[in-house]
Design a binder for this molecule. Structure first.
Ligand code: AFP
Length: 330
């Protein structure tokens, strides 16, 4: 018998949630359909002259790729069609996009439609990341996206790799699904993911080591120092796309880290975006029994005051992340 589909799974999860459950199910279901379209487009992009840059820089300072814009447009259209989404905060739009809704309990969606897009031209993995919050009657609706990540009702990502995998949580465990291409249906292949307590792999852009907080540098040195008894040295794996690196960490354990640049200790500068990268991944990892920290505090406690705010992140196996926090405290 085929494993259960995403829509069946979403229905089983609804029983455990409040009044926002139907909206969350509608939005996650719709995002999964868009993901199937994005996966198909990515597979044929080189054949359709869809790779490369459009020329221009987005609000985060990244060069914009044709597929970034296209991905933003298909996600926007899909969210609009749900009638459940009151605002869309996108990596590719400076201002949030407000939308008309039908029915009660509208939601706000924060999403990076094609994250890791610098991998596209080399046929590397990329992903879609999303976090969902209650609109709470706020005006403009998007302002409900601000505040701590603990307010997220649901979060997840889609990884476009050899297989297309969707991982999501509504606060009752983290569950993974694989796209069955012919039917376009996602089926449950990784039920109730539990991240190992400790891992053997760390992922980080080590070229930036000279900019790190001293605790971060000391921690990575520690991971690289051989000690048979504690399973060191760890191996390094880093793809340049958060989704692939977080997905590996979720299944195999260990760490994914993107620490801030502490060259000016008065003004540490993080790179990854809080609302549609760091906070959703924080929820996904915590729901799998892992931890997500900035080195100084729990990721989900970081209060967003701006839509495109940045935050540093150290996430993964609980014992490994706890050890990183300890190095920051020393
Ligand atoms: P792009 O979407 O611009 O490729 O950025 C991807 C990303 O936001 C995240 O997915 C990666 O983990 C991280 O940036 C990679 O950054 P570095 O290239 O600086 O290592």
């Amino acid at each position: 018998m085929a494993p259960i589909s995403l829509s069946e799974h979403l229905a089983t999860q609804q029983a455990t949630q409040g009044p926002h459950a139907p909206g969350v199910a509608t939005i996650v279901g719709r995002l999964s359909r868009v993901a199937a379209v994005i996966a198909r487009e990515l597979a044929h992009a080189a054949l359709r002259d869809r790779l490369g840059y459009v020329g221009g820089i987005n609000v985060s300072g990244d060069e914009v790729k044709k597929l970034d814009i296209w991905g933003h447009e298909v996600v926007e259209a899909a969210l609009r069609a749900t009638g459940a989404c009151a605002a869309f905060v996108s990596e590719e739009a400076k201002e949030p996009i407000e939308m008309a809704t039908e029915g009660a309990n509208p939601l706000v969606v924060c999403c990076d439609p094609v994250d890791g897009s610098s991998n596209l031209d080399v046929n590397g993995s990329v992903g879609t990341i999303f976090g969902i919050r209650a609109a709470d009657g706020k005006t403009p609706a998007a302002s409900a996206a601000l505040g701590p990540g603990t307010r997220q009702l649901a979060a997840g990502y889609v990884m476009y790799g050899p297989a297309t995998t969707l991982v999501y949580t509504v606060g009752h465990g983290t569950h993974g699904f694989t796209l069955d291409q012919p039917s376009g249906e996602f089926r449950l292949t990784y039920p109730d993911i539990r991240i190992p307590r400790r891992g053997k792999i760390y992922g980080i852009n080590e070229g930036n080591a000279h900019t790190w907080h001293p605790g971060q540098r000391a921690f990575v040195e520690h991971l690289k120092t051989p000690d048979k008894a504690s399973g060191r040295p760890y191996s390094l794996r880093y793809s340049g796309a958060m989704v692939g690196d977080v997905h590996r960490t979720l299944l195999d354990g260990g760490l994914f880290m993107y620490p801030a640049d502490w060259s000016d200790p008065q003004k540490p500068k993080a790179k990854l975006r809080l609302l549609y990268e760091v906070a959703p991944m924080g929820m996904v990892v915590e729901q799998a029994g892992g931890r997500a920290s900035t080195g100084l505090e729990r990721v989900l406690d970081v209060v967003a005051t701006e839509y495109h705010q940045r935050a540093s992140v150290i996430l993964g196996s609980p014992d490994d992340v706890a050890m990183a926090d300890e190095f920051y405290r020393r």
